[in-house]
Design a protein around this ligand. Sequence first.
Ligand SMILES: *[C@@H]1O[C@H](CO)[C@@H](O)[C@H](O)[C@H]1NC(C)=O
Ligand SMILES: *[C@@H]1O[C@H](CO)[C@@H](O)[C@H](O)[C@H]1NC(C)=O
Ligand SMILES: *[C@@H]1O[C@H](CO)[C@@H](O)[C@H](O)[C@H]1NC(C)=O
Ligand SMILES: *[C@@H]1O[C@H](CO)[C@@H](O)[C@H](O)[C@H]1NC(C)=O
Ligand SMILES: *[C@@H]1O[C@H](CO)[C@@H](O)[C@H](O)[C@H]1NC(C)=O
Ligand SMILES: *[C@@H]1O[C@H](CO)[C@@H](O)[C@H](O)[C@H]1NC(C)=O
Ligand SMILES: *[C@@H]1O[C@H](CO)[C@@H](O)[C@H](O)[C@H]1NC(C)=O
Ligand SMILES: *[C@@H]1O[C@H](CO)[C@@H](O)[C@H](O)[C@H]1NC(C)=O
Ligand SMILES: *[C@@H]1O[C@H](CO)[C@@H](O)[C@H](O)[C@H]1NC(C)=O
Ligand SMILES: *[C@@H]1O[C@H](CO)[C@@H](O)[C@H](O)[C@H]1NC(C)=O
Ligand SMILES: *[C@@H]1O[C@H](CO)[C@@H](O)[C@H](O)[C@H]1NC(C)=O
Length: 476
Amino acid sequence: MPTASSSLFLLCFLCLFSVLKSQSDQLQILLNLKTALQKSSTNVFDSWDSSRFICNFTGIACNSGNSVTEIELSNQNLVGVVPFDLICKLQSLEKLSLGFNSLSGRVTDDLNKCTNLQYLDLGNNLFSGPFPEFSSLSQLQHLFLNQSGFSGVFPWKSLENITGLVTLSLGDNPFDLTPFPSEVVKLTKLNWLYLANCSIGGMIPRDIGNLSELISLELSDNNISGEIPSQIGMLKNLWELELYNNSLIGKLPVGIGNLTKLEKFDASMNYLEGNLSELRFLTNLVTLQLFENELSGAIPAEFGQFKKLVNLSLYGNKLTGPLPPQLGSWANFIFIDVSENFLTGLIPPDMCKEGTMKQLLILQNNLTGEIPASYASCTTLERFRVSKNSLSGTVPTGIWGLPNVNIIDIEFNQFEGPVTPDIRNAKALGQLFLGNNQLSGELPEETSEATSLVSIQLNDNQFSGKIPEAIGNLSN
Ligand SMILES: *[C@@H]1O[C@H](CO)[C@@H](O)[C@H](O)[C@H]1NC(C)=O
Ligand SMILES: *[C@@H]1O[C@H](CO)[C@@H](O)[C@H](O)[C@H]1NC(C)=O
Ligand SMILES: *[C@@H]1O[C@H](CO)[C@@H](O)[C@H](O)[C@H]1NC(C)=O
Ligand SMILES: *[C@@H]1O[C@H](CO)[C@@H](O)[C@H](O)[C@H]1NC(C)=O
Ligand SMILES: *[C@@H]1O[C@H](CO)[C@@H](O)[C@H](O)[C@H]1NC(C)=O
Ligand SMILES: *[C@@H]1O[C@H](CO)[C@@H](O)[C@H](O)[C@H]1NC(C)=O
Ligand SMILES: *[C@@H]1O[C@H](CO)[C@@H](O)[C@H](O)[C@H]1NC(C)=O
Ligand SMILES: *[C@@H]1O[C@H](CO)[C@@H](O)[C@H](O)[C@H]1NC(C)=O
Ligand SMILES: *[C@@H]1O[C@H](CO)[C@@H](O)[C@H](O)[C@H]1NC(C)=O
Ligand SMILES: *[C@@H]1O[C@H](CO)[C@@H](O)[C@H](O)[C@H]1NC(C)=O
Ligand SMILES: *[C@@H]1O[C@H](CO)[C@@H](O)[C@H](O)[C@H]1NC(C)=O
């Protein structure tokens, strides 16, 4: 009969043996992983050698029992096929982060053995084939598979019991066209839902309103039809809403005005109609894009008081009435494009007040009055296009010499007066479109110092005198 102390000794020995065994198993798994993925220049594996303690390998983290819990190898130039069968033998693995590499091949069913995974990032790689059913990953909280080459039918049903999911990012994959997956609107903990450009069809379900934790909702570049459901107004935490390039119809729903935390909203390239009235409450908007729709009515006067607005793109609609006079005067305003509408009234004078504006595009409306003198000192301006309006007066002289402007397009207005020698400072100017105005005087000699010029249109004006000879030096 063995004594108590000898059985204790035996037990200890077995226990030590099993620890050593599991350490050597884990080492073997990691060394095989290194071999599988080290096909390009990366130094992330320099510390991965059998003389070291595995929990000290770069990108590896362990729990107190020295079992591997994390593999963090994102953005490391890795190539090769991921051996999920090996990796998922690490029974304590909670985080597998392999995003932004060049990993390829298929993701196999073996993934299902990683049952403790909470964080899986395979995004931004070069995988192929469909993504396997993954319902046994019931602990998942963050799943990134975006822009990674997955195709075929996505196993939406697998999401059914993964109720703790906080991040779901599947966009930019060429999946088969599918109606909006009903499993997704049951994941009430989601705060990040990226389903852009992954062949979603059908309509946005009303129950989208149940995802009340959402901060970012991106459904752009899909084939979604029908109306924007009014329940979207229940997503009170929303900071970003991207719906562009779908086939949405109807009005901006009543209730969308409740999304007062919204900073980024883009529903461009749809068939939306009705007015912008409901958006007047969205005072935190930083960027608003609704171009190429069928929106009508006036631009709400409240937009002129939005303190954070820097980008406004509403071109290609049927908007009427004036632009709010204080528009763009609060933040570091960058960009306005309200071209191709039926707007009237004056150009708001203060959009370059903070000296950051890059693009002023208001062509093809019915705006009147002069170009505000303030834009003559807007040195950041790159594109200045006000053509096809009813603008008049002389062009403020500084406009001709803006140092960063690459297009000045004032065609089809009633401008008068000369092009001034300031143009010598317009070193970036490539295109100068002045046709169909009442401009007069002689084209200045200094035009030849605007050395980037590619194209000049002067037709249908009252210019006189001679074309400066030095124009011939403009070799572009
Ligand atoms: C792991 O690294 C730490 C800090 O670099 C070091 O102090 C420790 O001795 C290493 N552990 C082993 C077992 O090599
Ligand atoms: C795409 O995946 C990467 C990780 O691979 C993540 O950092 C990024 O936020 C994801 N993009 C979106 C829009 O979800
Ligand atoms: C989700 O859980 C239910 C209840 O346990 C089970 O019947 C169902 O098959 C599970 N769904 C999936 C996709 O595994
Ligand atoms: C859509 O996703 C595909 C990959 O499936 C990508 O090549 C393409 O650039 C994406 N399109 C847009 C507009 O982002
Ligand atoms: C959304 O919430 C409502 C009200 O709580 C509930 O009746 C409905 O079943 C939920 N929808 C989904 C898809 O869970
Ligand atoms: C709109 O989305 C479709 C995919 O649904 C894509 O093929 C197309 O390139 C996108 N259009 C633009 C202008 O991005
Ligand atoms: C997009 O949906 C419309 C109907 O809403 C359909 O006619 C069209 O074929 C779909 N496009 C694609 C690429 O599936
Ligand atoms: C918007 O908020 C108001 C007041 O808080 C509320 O009565 C209304 O039901 C909300 N609308 C939506 C669509 O959530
Ligand atoms: C905007 O449209 C809504 C709904 O169609 C309408 O009730 C409202 O009077 C319109 N507002 C303006 C300012 O035209
Ligand atoms: C504003 O628009 C410009 C030009 O389209 C873009 O480069 C920039 O990222 C936008 N800024 C924001 C905050 O959306
Ligand atoms: C533009 O406004 C002018 C002056 O108010 C008016 O005579 C003209 O008919 C308008 N043009 C268009 C296309 O609305």
